[in-house]
Design a protein around this ligand. Sequence first.
Ligand code: ZN
Ligand code: ZN
Ligand code: ZN
Ligand code: ZN
Length: 375
Amino acid sequence: MILTQCAVCATELGLSLGKKCGRCSTRYCGAACQAQHWKEGGHDMLCKKIKKAGGAEQYNANKKYSEAVAVAAEACAEDTKGQTCYICTQALHWKTKEGLVRGCSCRGTAGVAHVSCLAEEAKILVAEAEENNLAQKAFEARWARWYTCSLCEQEYHGVVRCALGWACWKTYLGRPEEDFRRLLAMCQLGNGLAAAQQYADALSVQEAELSTLRRIGITEQAILGVQGNIANTYRALGRFEEALSLRRDVYFGLFRLHGEEHGETLREAGNYVNLLNQLKCFEEVKTLMRKILPVARRVLSESNELTLKMRWNYAMALYRAEGATLDDFRAAATTLEETTLVARRVLGGAHPVVASIEKSLHNARGLLAAATRSR
Ligand SMILES: [Zn+2]
Ligand SMILES: [Zn+2]
Ligand SMILES: [Zn+2]
Ligand SMILES: [Zn+2]
């Protein structure tokens, strides 16, 4: 359920509380709101239409999908002017009359399409995978079409990702609650809403996803994955304390599950340390990085992007911490000099991470010079 509130007064109902309209499944906190909705809220006019669309959840998803497609086409109008869809070859969609979008790394005339056409392709590919009982890897490659461009292989972003999220959810929401495609679709919708910076809505979808997963008793691994997404959303909403506490849980959860050398544990350590730095928890950054950096350098290698970012975070904590000493400034500058060299070689001089590391190096050198002078 994405619709977790009373349709009249917005009381939170979770996945199962409240009362449903017997015909269309619209949910209410109780009989009073239901009666009011029928008499004064226009539900007497809409009930049949909602039932015909497949119930309240489906009706809502279809409506949100159309709105999201219109928003995406509008946002892409300038970029796609005078172009045609690479799937149906038309400028205007024959049936829906929707405009074109592009939300990936394709350039020139490549990658321009209708959201409907992209969604139709993904739907057909996944249906084929289901019919032929494809193994997990092959299934995942097809499922990726719901969020990845088949031409440039980059993930869709922004409002295009959001429209495809709604497309995906409206395609699979009618499946049984424990069907994994329905769960994956819920995840796509949450990610899509976050990509369009609709964080409050993203959070409510992710919370619904989490409670569904808990209810059907899914693996610890999957739960930690959703909690990681929720931590990102909390951070985007400025709810930093909750973000930090969840991030910590996810990191130690993965640590217990996979051990410190596992790729996912290390990636999560990177997220965790990044947030700690943002919240100025420099002592925690230092302690954590002294433990994890040797592992990252050994397992991922010195020139891995994640290792570079961790070293950068460590150096920043060194020079930004209250009471930082001359030795700290010196160590930070040295670390950043090394990191800059490797990052330039691996990522290229134009990479935004390189520019950010160089800026930190500049700051560290400034502080080191000032501290040396004042001695
Ligand atoms: Zn109510
Ligand atoms: Zn109804
Ligand atoms: Zn098309
Ligand atoms: Zn592309």
